[in-house]
Ligand binder design. Sequence first.
Ligand code: FAD
Length: 446
Amino acid sequence: MMASKTYRARRLPAHGVESGWEALLPARTPAPDLDRAITVDVAIIGAGFAGLAAAVRLANLDPKLSVAVIDADQVGRGASGRNSGFLIDLPHDISSGNFGADAVAKSHNEILIARTAIQHYARLAEEHGWDEDVFDPSGKYSLAMTDAGTEHLEAYSLQLKSLGEPNQLLSASEVEDVTGTRSYRSGLFTPGAVMVQPTALVRAIADVFQEPLRLYERTPALAIESSSIGCTVKTPKGEIRAGRVILATNGHAESFGFGKGELLHVFTHASLTEPFMPTALGGLRKWGATPATPMGTTVRRINGPDGDRILIRSRYTYHPTIEAGAATIKSASDLHDRKFADRFPDQRHLKMQYRWAGAMALTRNSVPLFGQVADGIFAACACNGIGGTKSTSAGIATAELLVGHRSKLGDIFRSFEKPQTLPPRPFTDVGARLNLAFREWRAGRE
Ligand SMILES: Cc1cc2nc3c(=O)[nH]c(=O)nc-3n(C[C@H](O)[C@H](O)[C@H](O)COP(=O)(O)OP(=O)(O)OC[C@H]3O[C@@H](n4cnc5c(N)ncnc54)[C@H](O)[C@@H]3O)c2cc1C
């Protein structure tokens, strides 16, 4: 008799309060939930960057494949719809440590992963006429608040040059021309990043789904029965019988028992101001800046019909239950207000209108949970906080793996080592919290 195994979801996602991005968009009618039994070639669990990219790539590689994507919530409510909206084409932090041949090769691989994702969205943007409010290939800034940050940017600039990557260092007054504030010491512009409205982006992808791609929202996967000849995904009112299943549930892979003891559930937090008159702050009306050092504060200015707003993203918190409570959001809020006032002292009267948090899944050795994890089940999860690009490419690489399509991207994903096991829970809990607090302290004003 054929052996089968059932993986039950011990927990379902709870994404928390509405993000500012979602609040700024008109209400959307979600796709229907699944209310019957269906049979498809591939079932994808999770409609974030990874799951949506896997579906689009499958359709593109084999338009005859029937694919059903389900999400426990509505599209755009998960991390992919509530992030800061930077699709970054370059490694975050090649400026620390030894920049030897291995680091160069690794950086080239990271760039290929990131640019494959960006090209994937650029193609969709062109095909479907998305405007710059959804997908804006504007480049991005890295901004320094301190001398140490400036040194970091200078070293980073040199290393980007040695990789052949164009970039431009900016003085304090050049940064002021962009941001309208004199608070920053220096900056670095890199042209290849794309700024997106994350909720609008994932909604736009969901909206291009057509047969044989199907989307079911508000349809949690409660269990996956797996066997070598196929899988069944159980949902509250139906089930999906599928040849293969792609698990694109980010940290909730662990809720099914995959990546157990390997995933660190870290949240990060964002606040968005009330709108202000564009003339109240000089500089450009749209820009995005990541911090000079990795654990610092991300800032964006966005514009809309009711005025301009500033987004602040800062603080990482550890939540092994994959849920962040109100107290954590409140503590991040106080920090955001300080970071905002430090950067925009003349605008400190502005109130934050929206505050939210979102889940990321990290691994100790910074590799994704990728590839076959059980009979018929493939994971594209845990993309370590740079999911805008890495989750997208993990989804693409998983789709390629399923249909046997060889590519350099797939080779890179297959070459990743497996996620390392974390120390037992109480040690990991204490270590993760201390580590995040220490790194935030070290980032200082950045
Ligand atoms: C505030 C914030 C700012 C960030 N900024 C950036 C940034 O600027 N650039 C960047 O690259 N990254 C950023 N990130 C990280 C990035 O958003 C994530 O890495 C990325 O969205 C992960 O995508 P994903 O598709 O792997 O997972 P997710 O977006 O988490 O999608 C997983 C989906 O699976 C669904 N799911 C889970 N369990 C089940 C189940 N049992 N049944 C059905 N569905 C299920 C969830 O509802 C969810 O929609 C940020 C994250 C946050 C929170």
